[in-house]
Design a protein. Structure first.
Length: 637
């Protein structure tokens, strides 16, 4: 059977452990193996850490897996050695019932590893495992990839992107790789769970989480075709033995449950935790929180023995990305033809194609077909639009065969090539009311308008815990704290109809109500809605209208209505600049003046680790006004 052949094929250990002779394993040997990194990872424990040459146990000394039937020893979730002893006994036991319930069939990764360590009896009889063998024969895994779907700001679960594990099949036998089994990890949520409730419960570990497996095409369809999210595939360079052990490890975890934590034990953490069982590379960033892009950056630098762990990186673009790339690659007269058709589709496509070359006609028609395909991912097409798309397909059949040549479309930066997600700034400041001073800023994650973040939605902000502390006139004060700040401009990068949506912002936290004071902190919640427009290459304008609730300052709180307008320049080069104007007016009838704030910020740098920052702000509140300038260094990690 395939299972038996797989066992026999393991000729070398996956990672350096503690092999012993094929004799009865001593208590000392079992104790040493119980502390081995691979064994602890197989059981859901954190590996032991090295401390000045002496091993110390990881804390907490408890497995992350909460499924009681995952452990064969009564105290196996707390004691790796007890679980090792119980596993050895169960693997060597004869079959007495359903073979799929035998330890060899439930825990094939444990079997593989313990055989590599020569702990099991030399005459061990291997069990035929119908369910596991069927899964392997259908999956045929001989390669593995980390899959990353870019961020999506419609749901807190997808803000930072999503990570999965694809067990691939690199063959020439006609196997459809879109059927490759792909492991997904996520929280088990009630139907219609509120986004804010999800964040609150996810932060405190109140969700159970599980691994599920589906064919790759089902995930790709959801991300690419429905949600218009780009997918990136990081193909791993693993040995055959490592791939087999990884597949067996994945099988074991398909029936196990964990606690889900939004900021750490999330999809990125769990997926590379699986991978850590087959490589010595350290893949989880040393932070209290784990972001998918941080894991990808760590992955891109990791070594597997004497070669890089990542073999290649490939983008699988969404419908919107495919449309944008094709449209921007068109010549000027071809873009004009696309727009002319969309203004009057009832005239048909032939008038728009009249003055184009044969190749130009192919490019225009294919771009228009992609336009309708991208549009229907956002909103179902009307009957008239369905008819227009059908006519375009017929028009394409009448043109010469062969795909249209769009030339060399620029390749985007990969998600791991952007700035790291955590920001620390040191800024020198000059305030017209407070004098000279110093400001420190710490933002755990993630990005703002001026970030170089290729794995996130363009022209968006997503940050939490953004803290600014000021030292002016010898006094330390809170300048601002954004507990959560989300802005998505949904700007059309082509200017074509139906390729943009509403822009919106949500912000909650606290800040000094007036730029020129240090003791007027007010809590606030803000929500805005509006539109954004592309003015030129890399230049975006936006306008928002909304409301703000602000806590008491000088004895009273406010309910404000406001208008916001801004400009952003964020090109691929070193310079990025943004400016924003806010007008807030109290609508409670208290007669308080309009609050006007103008902000300008620019950054310079192409490094993933640092850039230079300079900013200016002006605020007017009735007869009061204040101006502030800041400049300094930003460090990312």
């Amino acid at each position: 059977m395939l299972h038996l052949l797989l066992m026999a094929a393991l000729a070398q250990p996956v990672a350096a452990e503690v092999p012993v002779p094929p004799a009865a394993a001593s208590s000392a040997t079992l104790a040493a193996l119980a502390d081995a990194p691979t064994w602890r990872i197989l059981l859901g424990f954190e590996p032991l850490h090295e401390d000045k040459g002496n091993r110390r146990k990881a804390k907490p000394a408890e497995s992350d897996i909460i499924s009681s039937d995952f452990f064969l020893a009564s105290d196996g979730s707390h004691d790796p050695q007890a679980e090792l002893i119980a596993t050895k006994q169960a693997l060597e036991a004869p079959v007495t019932g359903d073979p799929d319930q035998h330890a060899q069939c439930r825990f094939p990764a444990r079997l593989m590893w313990l055989e590599q360590q020569h702990v099991l009896r030399p005459d061990l009889q291997h069990v035929t495992c119908p369910a596991y063998d069927k899964w392997l024969s259908e999956a045929k895994p001989n390669s593995a990839s980390i899959i990353f779907a870019s961020g999506h700001l419609t749901n807190p679960a997808t803000f930072y992107g999503h990570m999965m594990l694809r067990l691939g099949t690199d063959t020439n036998d006609g196997h459809d790789t879109l059927l490759d089994p792909t492991l997904n990890y996520g929280a088990v949520l009630p139907d219609h769970e509120n986004g804010l409730v999800y964040v609150a419960r996810g932060l405190s570990g109140q969700y159970t989480s599980i691994y599920t497996v589906l064919p790759f095409y089902q995930h790709l369809n959801r991300f690419n075709e429905v949600q218009n999210r780009d997918v990136w595939e990081y193909k791993l360079d693993l040995t055959d033995d490592q791939t087999r052990l990884l597949a067996a490890h994945a099988w074991e975890h398909l029936k196990a449950s964990n606690r889900y934590y939004y900021l750490r034990q999330n999809c990125a953490y769990r997926i590379v935790e699986l991978l850590s069982a087959v490589t010595d590379a350290k893949l989880v960033p040393e932070k209290p929180w784990v972001m998918p892009v941080d894991v990808l950056e760590t992955l891109s630098r990791a070594r597997n023995g004497d070669h890089p762990l990542v073999r290649s990186v490939e983008r699988l673009e969404s419908r919107q990305t495919r449309l944008r790339d094709k449209y921007l690659a068109l010549a000027g007269r071809e873009q004009t033809a696309v727009n002319a058709y969309l203004r009057s589709p009832e005239r048909g496509v032939q008038p728009a194609l009249a003055n184009l070359t044969p190749d130009g006609r192919k490019r225009v028609v294919e771009t228009l077909i992609d336009y309708y395909s991208a549009s229907e991912a956002e909103k179902p097409l009307t009957p008239a639009e369905e008819s227009d798309k059908h006519d375009l397909v017929l028009a394409r059949f009448r043109l010469p065969a062969g795909a249209a040549d769009y030339g060399d479309i620029a390749k985007p930066a990969k998600p791991h090539e952007g700035q790291k997600s955590t920001l620390f700034q040191v800024l020198a400041g000059s305030n017209s009311e407070l004098g000279e001073g110093l400001e420190l800023r710490f933002r755990p994650a993630y990005n703002d308008f001026l970030s170089r973040a290729p794995g996130s939605l363009p022209y968006s902000e997503l940050s939490f815990g953004d803290l600014r502390i000021g030292l002016y006139d010898g006094k330390i004060s809170l300048r601002a704290f954004d507990a959560l700040r989300i802005t998505t401009l949904n700007v059309s990068q082509t200017g074509l109809p139906r390729t943009s949506g509403f822009s919106w912002r949500m912000r909650a936290g606290a800040e000094q109500a007036f730029l020129g004071c240090t003791d007027c902190v007010a809590a606030h919640f803000e929500a805005d809605w509006g539109q954004s427009f592309i003015l030129g290459e890399h230049v975006v304008a936006y306008g928002l209208a909304g409301g703000r609730l602000r806590s008491a300052v000088s004895g009273h709180g406010t309910v404000d209505a406001g208008l916001t307008g801004g400009l952003i320049f964020n090109a691929k080069g070193a310079w990025r600049t943004s400016g924003e104007v806010n007008l807030w007016h109290d609508v409670t009838g208290g007669g308080r003046p309009t609050d006007t704030i103008v902000r300008l910020e620019t950054r310079y740098g192409t490094s993933s680790r640092w850039d230079l920052s300079a900013s200016a702000a002006w605020q007017s509140y009735g007869k009061q006004s204040a101006t502030e300038f800041r400049g300094g260094l930003s460090y990312f990690w």
